[in-house]
Design a protein around this ligand. Structure first.
Ligand code: G4P
Length: 191
């Protein structure tokens, strides 16, 4: 998505060879017009997948997910992150390990919001190692739902997440794909 790539080139800051800071429009301050365009683009790409639920994870996935849900006219559900949890039987729980932040989270979704037969579109802001997306997919499948696709705002293609998700049979659509962040420079995958 050209608009997003331009924004990344203009405002993205490479923190190391691995991390791109985009807090001026995605992770802290948010750009609602750009967010809306991303929602339209996800809706266009997944238009034929029969999606009836959008699934994301707090916090930065919520904005692109709600815009997509608005355009597709379906509900959006965000998984909550919790460190510890008392046992309850009305929620789905999955453990997700963040390589970037080196921390483990338990993500939870109330059972009443995903049903067998649902066709779920997973949306998230970053795809690095794929842990968050796999965690969301496992919850959807635990509920008897089908993962209709995975929509990512920024994919770091030099990490393993996208390949692992594709190998597992998921359709992954990323709006910007980064080939490398070496030498403090953003290089996109040639499409
Ligand atoms: P994964 O889910 O693909 O395996 O990614 P990973 O665990 O490595 O990433 C964990 C967190 O770090 C996620 O945020 C993810 O969005 C973020 N992240 C990963 N790579 C980058 C990057 O290059 N730049 C930025 N800005 N963020 C990155 P989170 O913990 O869910 O936080 P938030 O959604 O509350 O912001």
């Amino acid at each position: 998505m050209e608009l997003l790539k331009q924004k990344i080139m203009k405002e993205g800051i490479v923190l190391s060879g691995q991390v791109l800071k985009v807090d001026s429009f995605l992770n802290h301050q948010m750009d609602p017009q750009l967010m809306m365009e991303m929602g339209r683009e996800f809706a266009r790409r997944f238009a034929n997948e029969g999606v009836n639920r959008i699934l994301t994870i707090e916090s930065s996935g919520i904005a692109p997910a709600i815009m997509t849900a608005l355009v597709m006219e379906v509900p959006m559900i965000f998984a909550r992150k919790q460190k510890s949890l008392t046992l309850r039987d009305d929620i789905y729980v999955q453990e997700v390990f963040s390589f970037t932040k080196q921390e483990k989270n338990e993500i939870t979704i109330a059972k009443k919001f995903i049903k067998p037969g649902d066709r779920v579109l997973i949306i998230d802001d970053f795809l690095a190692h794929g842990e968050a997306a796999f965690g969301l997919a496992r919850i959807a499948e635990q509920a008897g739902a089908v993962v209709a696709g995975i929509g990512i705002v920024i994919e770091k293609s030099f990490q393993q997440g996208a390949d692992k998700l594709s190998a597992a049979g998921y359709r992954v659509e990323s709006l910007a794909r980064i080939a490398s962040l070496d030498n403090n420079e953003v290089r996109f995958v040639e499409e």
